[in-house]
Design a protein around this ligand. Structure first.
Ligand SMILES: [Zn+2]
Length: 388
């Protein structure tokens, strides 16, 4: 854990500070700068590093090694230089809101269900793994109780109890700890050993939303968003729902019902279309001359209907071989060829595909696939092969 004298532990709201450069050396991550004091939080405890500036030089990462905080910059700073440090506050406050929010959720899950936080990652979302499973209702209850901690603006208290004092504190911790331990308490929600930066009162977290959950290694993996991120997320959902509601001409609180009705309408239309296609193809089959080889070219008909049509031409109409082509837009021709003749259709498919730039196959009774050739070319080849 970083030295308790560091400025971000004295005052986690400190955005600017003055310091002098103790050392600067180049390494593979850029220039590694060590200062006599700093407000830059180094990556740790699941919380990403602060970014910002030292004078006009960008700080791109901050790490801690052997109790020393190392600032990585894109340009060098001479030893002894006086620097003014500025923390990228939007980034840091976002981490404070989300880290404290995570503690509240983890504390409440621990209180209600006894599950441990066994994995924590702050990225695009806050991802947390818990050691047991929760139902949808239980998750909603956790979310509501977590937000109640915000509404009642519970204080967040940092303490450094001694080893003896700690024996009587029921705090959460991922590992056995010795020496000085920093305990973060969100009153009525959580007590946890943590080195991160936290807001002073739960009210500053603003809002906690659990946005997804899935089974993970015998427990549950949750994604949550707090503070500004949760607000942005709710705005995004509202925009989407507004768009859906305008398109469906349905009030925003009835879009699910509106979508269900739309789905029903679509299914009904699809059923009608299938019926009408069947009638159309039946009529077309009746009007065709019965012959040993019939080649028919259709447009925009679904594959099932084409297959049924080719089947009817052979089995009902009594044609020897039916080759039905169908084209949607300007793509390749779909084909279905059905025969009642013993001509080794499966083998013929290879020959057809080779000559007509096609793909597909099937059995000796039926083959299907696509031809990438012109209608004239296809007709000529089919005549040549099947009329023989
Ligand atoms: Zn923490």
């Amino acid at each position: 854990m970083a030295n308790m004298n560091t400025l971000f532990y004295q005052d986690q709201y400190r955005r600017e500070f003055d310091a002098s450069v103790l050392s600067c050396r180049e390494d593979k991550k850029g220039y590694a700068v060590i200062l006599d004091q700093t407000a830059f939080y180094p990556e740790g405890g699941g919380q990403p590093a602060d970014h910002g500036f030292l004078n006009d030089i960008r700080v791109t990462d901050v790490r801690e090694k052997d109790d020393v905080i190392i600032h990585y910059t894109d340009r060098p700073l001479a030893e002894g230089t006086a620097v003014h440090g500025i923390i990228d506050w939007d980034r840091r406050f976002d981490f404070m809101q989300n880290h404290t929010g995570e503690h509240i959720v983890s504390g409440i899950i621990h209180q209600l269900h006894g599950y441990e936080n066994v994995g924590f990652h702050m990225g695009e979302t806050i991802q947390v793994d818990y050691s047991g499973m929760l139902s949808d209702e239980e998750i909603r209850e956790v979310e509501r109780k977590a937000n109640e901690i915000i509404w009642t603006n519970q204080p967040v208290i940092i303490t450094y109890p001694s080893e003896e004092e700690r024996e009587n504190i029921p705090y959460r911790s991922k590992k056995e700890l010795s020496g000085t331990v920093r305990i973060v308490t969100v009153l009525n929600a959580d007590i946890c050993a943590c080195c991160g930066t936290h807001v002073k009162t739960a009210g500053e977290v603003g809002l906690i939303k659990i946005i997804s959950h899935e089974k993970h290694k015998g427990g549950i993996r949750m994604e949550l968003l707090c503070g500004r991120r949760a607000f942005d997320y709710v705005c995004m959902l509202q925009d989407q729902n507004h768009d859906i509601s305008v398109r469906l001409c349905t009030p925003m609180n009835q879009t699910a019902e509106g979508t269900r009705k739309l789905e029903e309408t679509m299914q009904e239309k699809s059923r009608q279309l299938t019926e009408m296609t069947a009638l159309y193809l039946q009529d077309r089959a009746e009007k065709l001359e019965k012959s040993e080889l019939v080649i028919d070219v259709l447009k925009g008909i679904d594959r099932n209907s084409i297959r049924r049509y080719a089947d009817d031409l052979v089995k009902v109409k009594g044609c020897g071989t039916a080759a039905v082509l169908n084209r949607s837009d300007n793509g390749p021709f779909e084909y279905v060829i059905i025969t009642s003749k013993d001509i080794g259709l499966r083998k013929l498919a290879k020959d057809l595909n080779m000559r007509l730039n096609g793909r597909g196959g099937g059995s000796d009774e039926m083959i299907q696939g696509t031809f990438s050739a012109s209608e004239e070319e296809i007709r000529l080849v089919l005549q040549e092969i099947f009329a023989a």
